[in-house]
Design a protein around this ligand. Structure first.
Ligand code: THU
Length: 160
């Protein structure tokens, strides 16, 4: 028997420790929560991505009365960014959320498995790591790549 240990390096930064671009991304993700369509869960998630061309694109969760037809903020945003700029790598992704009280979550918002899988695909597609920022009012978690959020995720090498 063999044990395989995969560890993840997370950096936790408080608001005052963010650099200019990180601060911009947090602000954009927070702002995007106010345009989410979440009448069913009332959990408003916003995402902001930084593209290699310097552009910041935002999106949010889009719910549906047929619940599974809705989509999370991360996928809405990544699909939109990739649909608009299919050849421009995504360098960073930041997410923020307001819970049913209307306040931003204290802890970092954690992406669901489906979104992690799409983040991984984005990273593979462009061949560069995508830094992920998970905002909470108590601090923002940083990981250096989507792979860190899904260490044994499915990838296209299995399809061969
Ligand atoms: N949601 C996101 O948009 N992103 C996440 O990372 C977690 C969950 C959305 C899906 C649904 O609209 C609502 O939050 C409650 O699950």
């Amino acid at each position: 028997m063999k044990e395989i240990i995969k560890s993840v390096h997370i950096t936790l930064k408080e608001e005052g420790e963010l650099n200019e671009i990180e601060h911009k991304l947090v602000a954009a993700a927070k702002e995007a929560t106010f345009r989410s369509y979440a009448p069913y869960s009332r959990f408003h998630v916003g995402a902001a991505v930084l593209l290699a061309n310097g552009e910041i694109i935002t999106g949010n969760n889009q719910e549906n009365c047929a619940y599974p037809s809705g989509l999370c903020a991360e996928r809405t945003t990544l699909f939109y960014a990739n649909a608009r700029y299919p050849d421009v790598p995504v360098k960073m992704l930041c997410i923020a959320a307001r819970d049913t009280s209307g306040e931003f979550t204290k802890g970092p918002i954690s992406p669901c498995g489906g979104c992690r899988q799409v983040m991984l695909e984005t990273e593979h597609r462009f061949g560069i790591p995508m830094q992920v920022m998970l905002y909470g009012t108590n601090g923002t978690y940083f990981v250096n790549s989507a792979r860190d959020l899904m260490p044994v995720g499915f990838d296209s090498s299995s399809l061969i």
